[in-house]
Unconditional design. Sequence first.
Length: 513
Amino acid sequence: MATADHVELVARHGGHHYDNIKYGYVLFALSIIYLVFRQSALIYYHKAWIRSGRSTTNLGLVNTPMVYTVSIMSGIILILEFFNLNIEEYGVHLKRFGRLAYALTPLDLVLAVRPSPFQLDNYLDTLTLHKWVSRIILALGILHSMGYLVKWLAEDTLEKSLRLLNFYGVIIFVLFDVLLSVSWRKVRSINYTWFIGFHNVVLFAYVVLIQLHARPGVTLLFLINMAILAYQYVVRLISTKSFTTEAVLKAPDSNLEIVQVPRRLLPAQFLPGCHMRISRYSLFNPLFWLLPSHPYTVASVQENTGAFAKLVVKETRFKIEPFEKYWVQPYFRSSLSLEFFQTAENVTIVCGGSGISFGTPIFSHLLRKQQVENKDIKLSCIWITPNVGDLFVLKELEITGIKIYVTRSATNQEVIEDPVSDEFELQTLEDDFQIQDEETGVPELDAESAQTTNTVHYGRRPDLGRLFVQNVNRTIDYANKWIVSCGPPSLNEECKRLADSYKCRYFGENYAM
């Protein structure tokens, strides 16, 4: 009887029941190797940057184009999937699709951790890779499920999908398909908050149900995934603080606001460009953990005295009201490293709409290095904004030296035809302003006047290439010559293209969903 059972087991699984386990662990091991290499390369690169004073020293170690990284990763997965190809036992490869997807999940979760555990990495690059890894996992999971549905249909055994352990997989298949459908930008932008909520539900269902569904089991990977999730939420629990807003400053004809938050929420020292994430839900509300918090760049610099730091916020569905209680994860490091601020010699900053909250603290910090530390930094800051009413932001932040381009009429606020200007939908006239129509040109200002006067131009979106030349040509060495942009993707893409053409280093942050 035992022999008969043994023969039946071999026939059922074809002797390959445990074959796929090693492929999952190989992919998991390669994920660890990638993370170790990435962190080691970043440490080595930043040390080389400090030693040489040049941002391009050993840059190739950490500046691999995303398309190369994703292509290499996809190639490795395809090799693992079809290694030792067995067409007759194609079910082995269908199972392998699912196991490789789950083995890739720890890497995906680590890349999504905020604040990033990579202390020297640009979290925006990490987030981009996280999105691509998630897409690969979705593709592998859907291929696994579709393959088995086709197999069962061909064998006229579709009822197997209703068996409990298999049905867990069917649930994940349906959730994956729905998530893939609502991930398109136009769909998810309808209500981004609830898209993230659904994303989180799918994530938890996937991590847990695959542990129940997989045969052989994936207990080790399940425990690792749960540990990463637990770390993420423990960090959030420990770091989250509550605060009550003070004044929310507004101006007519502007959809920008300045929100004052307690300075005590931030560390004593922080680099320009840091962020905080704000939620209206308390720690004890399940929606705090399910729905996303809202990221805002700190528009103040550490040298600002006073009890409050300032945020520049665009009016959206999420409104920050004065004298209301909110919960905040208060400090996410700047994506720009300390080495950038120590070695930059030529910096052109371009802001779109509420992206001014990212640009002005960088501009103020570098301007202070000019004036207080006598650093020879060639500096320019350009702000493109749709409404003249938005200019109150600069007065409240006490910022001068900005070139401002208002893309709507100064008198009637009608939009001047510009295919790009309408894209400034971002998450988010005093003595120190020199008002100019676009047609009148820009008056020549000496260096001192340029730092104490904001020049305002009305009309079309500016010719960025012409404006960039005025600053980037003031120095020759490209290693520490930067173009920094913060705004919608179209603005950042144009700035990146111009930075490449002028052989400048580039950094950008998208202020859009």
